[in-house]
Design a protein around this ligand. Structure first.
Ligand SMILES: N[C@@H](CCC(=O)N[C@@H](CS)C(=O)NCC(=O)O)C(=O)O
Length: 224
């Protein structure tokens, strides 16, 4: 690829999962080029130019040109790879091998298995599914609130998820939290229902690197 940056990041303008990888790259001052493959979320297969790198046909996928064009996909694994390899000063991560490292991993797994799929299914049923079964919408809405409840309980006792500082674990929840609370959940008041989680979320969103990436997304979405 001829863009001259260290990474190529396959992403999607509206979708959350590419952007939280961009958050981590930006936080660490790493250079990357966003590539937006022609994804049809209602199709059963991803486009060829993406499947070539990610057999799962979804974004994000990352190519590290500084490491022999190493390719990695699944946002949690990508973020873990980036911080393990490039956050040597542990600006937003914990040192591999420590107990805190595994707590960080625990939150990354929870994001990937507990937040992403449930939040994503609500978007699917609310926006793309031909029918709108109320029981299904309720199921995913309740699950999202349950996940917020888990975060609320933990964050009521500590400022950050692990290590007494903002890390990749906290940041990985941010793009989905912003999308679901501002555009998808109906009759929902984040600050009122989950005040501690809402405050934590706003602090992450206000970080200069995060704000820069999120503003870039807004600009791209406005361009269509
Ligand atoms: N667990 C995956 C989820 C990936 C995912 O679902 N990505 C969405 C966009 S945010 C996607 O590619 N959707 C296209 C499709 O469903 O075809 C990850 O976190 O990387």
């Amino acid at each position: 690829m001829s863009h001259g940056k260290q990474f190529t990041l396959f992403s999607l303008k509206p979708g959350p999962n590419g952007w939280h990888v961009a958050f981590i790259l930006e936080e660490l001052g790493l250079t990357y080029e966003n590539v937006f493959p022609n994804l049809d979320v209602t199709a059963h297969q991803g486009p060829e130019d993406l499947v070539k790198y990610n057999p799962n046909g979804r974004i994000p996928a990352l190519i590290d040109h500084g490491n022999n064009d190493f390719v990695i996909w699944e946002s949690g694994a990508i973020n873990q790879y980036i911080v393990d390899r490039y956050d040597k000063e542990r600006k937003i991560s914990l040192a591999p091998g420590t107990e805190e490292y595994y707590t960080q991993l625990q939150w990354l797994y929870f994001q990937a298995s507990g937040q992403g799929p449930y939040f994503g299914q609500l978007v699917w049923f609310a926006a793309y599914h031909p029918e709108k079964p109320q029981s299904v919408l309720d199921r995913y809405t309740n699950e999202i609130k349950r996940v917020f409840g888990v975060l609320e309980g933990v964050l009521s006792k500590q400022e950050w998820l692990v290590g007494n500082k903002p890390t990749v674990a906290d940041i990985s929840f941010c793009s989905w939290n912003e999308i679901i609370t501002t555009t998808v959940l109906q009759n929902f008041n984040f600050e009122k229902e989950f005040p501690v989680t809402a405050k934590w979320h706003k602090k992450i969103l206000a970080r200069p690197a995060i704000k820069k990436v999120w503003d870039e997304r807004a600009k791209l979405l406005a361009q269509g």
